[in-house]
Design a protein around this ligand. Structure first.
Ligand code: ADP
Ligand code: MG
Length: 698
């Protein structure tokens, strides 16, 4: 169906208090001052905030808003909001609509129920929200949403936005030092840019409602493989079904209205799996917009009678969902620092940034790994599908050649351009010819890196905080050395050659799924492999990492400790809910269904027996089903007992190990029995929709 045409240009950002609206509505002087605040050159003062607030309110009220909310990203992983109306009584029984500068700048939600990992003592449960003027306010559901940071009374970050902003500052500061060394006099700051490709599944709401596992955990805890999966590879980029296409159109319209530049949409590898990607923007906006995108995806799906699953592994046996985090850094005047340039000197600068990133990834592969660790993502990373748990860098053949030549000091024939860094002259390489090696967790793709290990449900702030900070650190070390040098070119050449030699072990252009790679990576190259969240997360607190984050003022040690606890606690809670749901479904749904089936088989068997007809078939089915059912019942008992054991462990590090090694493992073995039963028990007995119904019914 072709939808009625609408003016995309008109509608784009129409619910956003963006720069164009500010410029049109704010007094000139105030707009100028606010622009300085947005670019980080000035602090927001109350007089300016008063004018901005009242203008924002007038604009919002015209567009139907009755409430405002400080919108923030607590450690729970979703966004939080508390709505206040604009009404203010004037004393004669009537009200006016009011919004003060103070209310815009700072909010004080009752924050005692948000996880703080022990950061807020109970006597000081207050948390504050502060407007982030670099992210535009917008209107949704008759409410003015004000993007804010969330922090404690003593200033510790309680959210994901605050450290992201700090990390963006860190990388900007260090990148600027490098740019100055290359003679750049025009850039005032460097911005980390991000484009997050979002994968998701769509299933019919009617089927979803019949599955407790989907409702409580977002993934299927049971389900035998369907007769058809993704083996025909007929879904990827396939024609989009009408119902899904209608959904995507509707989603785009909502996102565009909210100023989210949704650009690409297509079917993904697994049946019922799709992807939506925006145009990249600053990491901060990208994170806000990705949160908004996930929210709208779910909301719009419901309007279409479907449910959008953002879990990393909703279905066993077919691909899970990730979120490719495309990352680069560029100057405020628009020069992408990961874009090979047009002159030898620009290319030397490009190589400097590239090699700093390679060093950063090798020095801190542990952090990148743990930044994407979650109970959901454990099903993907290292579990025989998209990116392995081992972090490595893919550069592509040409770029690897350039780097090898640099180390060898060889002069490669140059047709067009040269890399001029002292002794080496290296050729220009075609810009966008990097192989699309889909197995690499961290791939250079022409003018940006693509971090592919991010889980589909994760807030992208985490991985980008790590990326920004580790790159800031490598650049700082480079700048420290180069600023002291008398001969810049010679110093740069020796620095780059030395750095590549030290860190080339992280570069891998081969197949990341290959067993041989795991062996080589861990045994020969000594790269870390953290198979699960429980293995990875405690390393957040390693001395090296505490030093790194405190040095760049991204996290304090207290914040690191609290976050480690929150994230591990979240892991425990997730597995706990899954275990309880598994036991309940097995007990109350699967066993009764199996017994009903058994009974019918046995009834037939008895009838046949008394009629003197052969009942060998019934007997063999009944025996098989009965044995499996008994086994299932034993597993339920085991699961209940290990879950109780895990619940009794108060230390979160120990508890998480028990949840992983015992609870999760028992859940898996219970599931195997139930899934086998599903293949035997008659279809009409099975108590909830099967994979076939879930995956092929939209
Ligand atoms: P694919 O990886 O599917 O081939 P593209 O190369 O078109 O797709 O880009 C994927 C994502 O990378 C998009 O969201 C795009 O906006 C983003 N991207 C492109 N350039 C940059 C950049 N300089 N910084 C961050 N993200 C970028
Ligand atoms: Mg991609």
């Amino acid at each position: 169906m072709t939808e009625k045409a609408y003016d995309v240009v008109q509608i784009f950002g129409s619910a956003v208090f963006n720069e164009a609206v500010m410029k049109a509505r704010l007094p000139k002087a105030i707009f100028k001052e606010l622009s300085r605040v947005m670019s980080g050159d000035a602090e927001l003062t109350l007089p300016v905030a008063e004018v901005v607030a009242s203008t924002m309110k007038d604009w919002a009220v015209e567009k139907g808003a009755t409430h405002y909310t400080h919108w923030f990203q607590p450690m729970t992983g979703i966004t939080a909001e508390k709505h206040d109306s604009f009404i203010s009584p004037v004393g004669d029984g009537t009200v006016i609509m009011e919004f003060s500068g103070k209310e815009l700048i700072k909010g004080e939600p009752d924050a005692s129920s948000f996880p703080s990992g022990g950061l807020r003592a109970t006597f000081e449960a207050r948390g504050y929200t502060a407007w982030d003027p670099t992210s535009y306010a917008f209107i949704k559901d008759n409410t003015l949403y004000i993007p804010t940071a969330f922090f404690s009374y003593s200033g510790e970050a309680l959210d994901k936005k605050t450290p992201l902003l700090r990390s963006m500052d860190a990388v900007s500061k260090q990148a600027m030092r490098i740019l100055k060394l290359f003679g750049n006099t025009t850039a005032k700051s460097v911005v980390a840019t991000v484009g997050a490709e979002q994968e998701y599944f769509l299933i019919d709401k009617k089927n979803y409602d019949k599955r407790k596992d989907l409702i409580f955990t977002g993934r299927t805890l049971f389900g035998a493989a369907p007769v058809k999966g993704q083996e025909l590879e007929d879904h990827y980029f396939g024609a989009i079904k009408q119902r899904v296409s209608d959904y995507m159109k509707d989603l785009d319209k909502h996102l565009w209205t909210l100023g989210v530049s949704s650009k690409t949409k297509h079917n993904e590898v697994a049946p019922a799996q799709h992807e939506c990607a925006p145009i990249f923007e600053s990491a901060n906006l990208a994170a806000d917009h990705n949160q908004l995108t996930m929210e709208m995806m779910k909301k719009v799906a419901l309007e279409h009678g479907m449910v959008c699953l953002l879990h990393e592994k909703p279905f066993a046996g077919v691909n899970g969902s990730g979120k490719h985090d495309n990352w680069a850094i560029s100057t405020d005047d628009g020069q992408n620092l990961l874009n090979p340039g047009d002159s030898p000197m620009e290319n030397a600068q490009f190589l400097t940034f590239l090699i700093a990133i390679i060093k950063a990834v090798d020095d801190h592969a542990d952090l990148l790994r743990l930044s994407v660790a979650s109970a959901g993502n454990d099903h993907r990373l290292g579990a025989n599908e998209a990116p392995p748990a081992i972090i490595s860098v893919f550069l592509g053949e040409e770029l690897t050649e350039v780097i090898n030549a640099l180390v060898a000091g060889t002069n490669v024939e140059s047709k067009h351009l040269q890399f001029d860094i002292g002794v080496s002259s290296l050729p220009k390489f075609p810009k966008d010819t990097t192989d699309r090696n889909r197995t690499s967790p961290f791939a250079f793709t022409g003018n940006k890196f693509e971090f592919r290990s991010v889980g589909s449900s994760l807030n992208i702030s985490g991985p980008n905080i790590v990326l920004n900070t580790i790159v800031a650190d490598a650049l700082e070390q480079f700048a420290d050395e180069l600023e002291k040098a008398d001969d810049f070119k010679a110093a740069l050449n020796s620095l780059l050659v030395r750095t590549i030699k030290e860190h080339s072990r992280i570069i891998f252009n081969g197949n990341g799924y290959d067993e041989a790679w795991v062996k080589e990576a861990t045994e020969v190259r000594g790269l870390p492999e953290f198979k699960s969240t429980v293995d990875a997360m405690p390393h957040f607190r390693d001395e090296k990492n505490v030093k790194l984050f405190t040095k760049h003022r991204v996290f304090s040690e207290v914040e690191i400790n609290s976050r480690t606890e929150i994230l591990l606690d979240n892991y425990c809670k997730t597995i706990n809910i899954e275990a309880l749901t598994t036991a309940e479904m097995a007990n109350k749904e699967i066993l009764p269904a199996v017994i009903a089936y058994e009974k019918d088989i046995c009834d037939t068997l008895l009838a046949k027996k008394s009629a003197n007809i052969s009942y060998a078939l019934e007997e063999s089915i009944a025996k098989k089903v009965s044995a499996l059912a008994e086994n299932l019942s034993v597993k339920i008992g085991e699961l209940e007992s290990v879950t109780t054991k895990a619940q009794g462990i108060s230390d979160v590090f120990e508890a998480s190990k028990c949840y992983h090694n015992e609870v999760f493992a028992t859940m898996q073995s219970l599931r195997a029995v139930a899934d086998e039963l599903e293949t035997i028990v008659g279809e009409k007995y099975w108590p909830f929709p099967t994979y076939e119904e879930l995956l092929f019914n939209v």
